[in-house]
Design a protein around this ligand. Structure first.
Ligand code: COA
Ligand code: MG
Length: 305
């Protein structure tokens, strides 16, 4: 199915880098990580927004980001910046920008605007590769429409749970947003579940958004794990100190990969012998278990383990 034909990219960690900071962009290019997004939205003051486009284009065209996917986060479709962000970045950086990240969509139409503009630019500029699209879910309206947004365009590759703006939109107190407030359970369980299900049903990557207290690596790790267990494939970092933790939590361990390979082989052999279920270490292995372990093997392939 077409929905599963999107490009596969590692998104264990997506580092947010202010597009107005040449210093931080240079630093980001020097780091070993899956993904950076150069931000033209909230990390850039309104009086620097247009200037930041030029900084971002120059950086994309001159810096070697190595294996890292290069994304630009743009202002939302209700602002006067959105169309200009897309046109200037894509015209300037051409094949040096891999993905555009849209902020604050409310409905599929917001994504279709970006999709159509990108299609026109790709055709007009004769670009050799298709630019990817991903978007934040950070308004309650978008969370309610998450299934429709996830299915809106085949260009879409990932949805991100944008915890900060989402909290404002839903009315969640600031003291709760890092998951260590007074709420008697994981405050984001429902939203993560809902977003991840929409992603899985449409062949998209589900990503957990930012964790602002970059000095609290223990809680950051817990937040990575909470989303990972539900099926997310990565989390944002807003500071370099968070990168290693996210990339570790969102990678299977070598033991898990080895075990998945062993069991898959065992099951393939069992099928040859006409058996649909076998025992491994005292537990039943059937096709559902093998299917579950295939998720681990797919991740391992993408990482190159
Ligand atoms: N990307 C790239 N480099 C970063 C970085 C980032 N997001 N955050 C910090 N760095 C760099 C610093 O420039 C510094 O580099 P140096 O060692 O070469 O001098 C180093 O990492 C250590 O940074 P530190 O001094 O601990 O933090 P800071 O005071 O420079 O920056 C923030 C703190 C919060 C202002 C900064 O991390 C930041 O702007 N984060 C991103 C914010 C953002 O994108 N928000 C929008 C999305 S939620
Ligand atoms: Mg936001």
């Amino acid at each position: 199915m077409e929905k599963y034909n999107r490009p596969k990219r590692l998104r264990r960690c997506q580092l947010s880098v202010p597009g107005s900071s040449e210093k931080m962009i240079r630093k980001a290019a020097s780091l070993d990580l899956d993904y950076v997004f150069l931000d033209l939205e909230d990390a850039v003051a309104p009086n620097k927004k247009k200037e930041a486009r030029g900084i971002v284009v120059e950086a994309l065209n001159t810096l070697d980001f190595g294996r890292t996917t290069r994304c630009v986060r743009i202002n939302d479709t209700s602002t006067p910046y959105c169309y200009g962000d897309i046109i200037e970045v894509v015209t300037g950086a051409r094949e040096n920008v891999d993905v555009i990240m849209l902020t604050k969509p409310f409905q599929p139409a917001d994504l279709l605007f970006v999709d159509k503009l990108l299609s026109q630019l790709e055709a007009d500029l004769g670009l050799k590769k298709k630019i990817g699209l991903e978007c934040l879910i950070e308004e309650v309206e978008a969370m309610i429409a998450v299934n429709e947004i996830a299915a809106s365009t085949p260009r879409l590759e990932a949805l991100i749970f944008g915890i900060g703006d989402y909290s404002a939109s839903q009315g969640v107190p600031f003291s709760e947003i890092e998951g260590k407030g007074n709420y008697p359970a994981d405050i984001w369980h429902y939203q993560r579940h809902r977003l991840i299900m929409a992603c899985r049903a449409n062949g998209l990557d589900a990503i957990d958004g930012p964790f602002p207290d970059f000095s609290d690596s223990d809680q950051y790790r817990i937040e990575c794990q909470r989303a990972q267990i539900l099926g997310a494939v990565g989390k944002w970092a807003i500071h370099p100190s968070q990168i290693e933790i996210a990339q570790e939590v969102y990678s299977p361990t070598p033991e898990e990969v080895e075990r998945a390979r062993t069991i898959s082989k065992l099951y393939a052999d069992a099928l040859e012998n006409g058996l649909g279920a076998v025992t491994y270490e005292g537990k039943m292995i059937d096709i559902a278990v093998v299917r579950l372990l295939q998720n681990t093997l797919d991740k391992a392939d993408l990482i190159g383990m």
